[in-house]
Design a protein around this ligand. Structure first.
Ligand code: GLN
Length: 487
């Protein structure tokens, strides 16, 4: 039995070839077979999933159709607030927290009849690139279980790659949807900032965070984003204008499309197989009639440094709400201050602590001008560089990640080498622009390689056009070989 894509499942449900209950049981069964090895999920909601599947099947039986997500098994990153289901953000400080409401993205999927299989593992508070920073244990890559799935949305990428969900939701602050999608051989989208409501997403760095889908195909990503994107009065940064038609250019040929190759995002530090797959993809785009132009964006070289001031600065503020008074863990102390100190010392892991210290330092009097203000200036340069580039080209491309999946433990002792995993993905977050990762091949060890396409704000239509072209030209159809054992 093969795993359904969203398009196939959706068609199958409407043709009566498969029921939501069957799709759901299949996802739960796959999880039962794989979770001991992969640990994609922190919580699996068996009863809730079966009940949602039954209500989707009954809706179909009564001719009620809420759209393509109806009856589809989805996996939600555990920093998305879910009513009645424990939500931890991968942190000890929130262990046992059962929210009283659903975030907007979750509510939209449920309102359109999706079946929530469970909550997926992540780096604590989405800080990391390997899912090893989870307080509840690392996750493993389905292509090679000695390796990381990437992160921080590692669990959702694994669930889609291994077939324990059809669609995964992640959040992307500096690459956390695209990089794990790349390392797990699936498609991941970071939408334009503001298109998907952040209400009910546990905040990491609010000016950078976006929710987005992880799927097996580009078409599925478009469908999922259509379901998610909408104005939301509950998110002050939610986009208010008219929403683009994401599908408008999906079937247009790549002929005449102007594609900019970012000079700064290749070469030194990129694995040779990653570079080769990237080059091959560029060559086929060019052979298919795209106009390939090399562009230089000098600010790319400093965007990583700027990100590691801005993101921790915002995090240090956002995470001040975890004080032992309102949610989750509380340690004893003789005074309120002692209680808060003890709670935070015990509740936060080492990477989160590092970010809070870094962010507090960058914002403190006397250092603000030297660090935070400088970083904001770099952010402006990044935005300007992108603007100038998009006068000349329709989309920009790079590898998604300089490496394929690395071994578990390989980078845990060296934060800087971990941070470098996001060198190609961070600039789009700083600019607020959309970007997608599409799988384009395997390296010599059989590990997936991702190709990133970036577009100007609200340029999802042209981004998806280029992504679909890459998907068609490359025709990547590999799945993890362990699926034969797990199926
Ligand atoms: N890896 C980056 C970080 O650790 C990005 C994380 C993310 O996008 N949430 O901050």
């Amino acid at each position: 039995m093969t795993d359904y894509t969203l398009a196939e499942a959706s068609a199958g449900l409407r043709a009566g070839d498969v029921s939501s209950r069957e799709l759901t049981d299949r996802a739960l069964d796959r999880a039962a077979k794989t979770e001991a090895e992969l640990h994609a999920y922190l919580t699996i909601d068996h009863d809730g999933a079966r009940a949602a599947a039954e209500s989707a099947d009954s809706a179909f039986a009564h001719g009620r159709d809420a759209g393509p997500l109806q009856g589809i098994p989805v996996a939600l990153k555990d920093n998305l607030i879910t009513r009645g289901i424990e939500t931890t953000a991968g942190s000890q400080i929130l262990a046992g927290f059962v929210p009283p409401y659903d975030g907007t993205a979750v509510q939209r999927l449920k309102g359109q009849g999706s079946v929530v299989i469970g909550k997926t593992n992540l780096d604590e508070f989405a800080m990391g690139s390997s899912t090893e920073n989870s307080a509840f244990g690392a996750s493993r890559n389905p292509w090679d279980t000695n390796r990381v799935p990437g992160g921080s949305s590692g669990g959702s990428a694994i669930a889609v790659a291994a077939g324990s969900a059809v669609v995964g939701l992640g959040s992307d602050t500096g690459g956390s949807i695209r990089q794990p999608a790349s390392l797990c051989g699936v498609v991941g989208v970071k939408p334009t900032y503001g298109l998907v409501s952040r209400y009910g997403l546990i905040a990491f760095a609010s000016s950078l965070d976006q929710i987005g889908p992880i799927t097996r195909t580009v078409d599925d990503a478009v469908t999922a984003l259509e379901a998610l994107a909408a104005h939301d009065p509950l998110d002050a940064t939610s986009y208010r204008g008219s929403f683009p038609n994401f599908r408008a250019e999906l079937d247009d040929a790549v002929d005449g499309l102007k594609i900019g190759v970012v000079r700064e995002l290749s070469g030194d530090g990129f694995e040779p197989d990653v570079d080769a797959a990237f080059q091959r993809t560029i060559d086929s785009l060019s052979a298919a009639g795209a106009e390939v132009i090399e562009v230089s964006l000098p600010s790319m070289d400093v965007s990583l440094s700027a990100y590691y001031l801005i993101a921790p600065a915002e995090a240090s503020s956002n995470l001040s709400r975890f004080d032992g008074v309102r949610y989750g863990l509380r340690k004893d102390g003789r005074t309120v201050e002692e209680m808060m100190t003890a709670t935070r010392a015990e509740g936060f892991g080492p990477e989160v602590t590092r970010r809070i210290l870094l962010g507090t330092y960058a914002l403190s009097a006397g250092y603000y001008d030297a660090f935070y203000r400088q970083a904001q200036k770099v952010r402006t340069l990044v935005i300007r560089d992108f603007k100038a580039a998009y006068e000349k080209v329709d989309v920009l491309v790079s590898p998604t990640s300089p490496t394929t999946a690395f071994e578990i433990g390989a980078k845990t002792q060296d934060p800087l080498s971990m941070y470098l995993s996001d060198i190609c993905t961070i600039p789009s977050n700083l600019a607020g622009d959309p970007a997608i990762s599409v799988p384009v091949g395997l390296d010599r060890d059989g590990l997936p390689i991702g190709f990133q396409i970036m577009a100007p704000a609200l340029g999802e239509a042209v981004m998806f056009r280029a992504a679909r072209a890459v998907e068609d030209l490359v025709a990547f159809d590999q799945r993890p070989s362990m699926l034969e054992v797990w199926t």
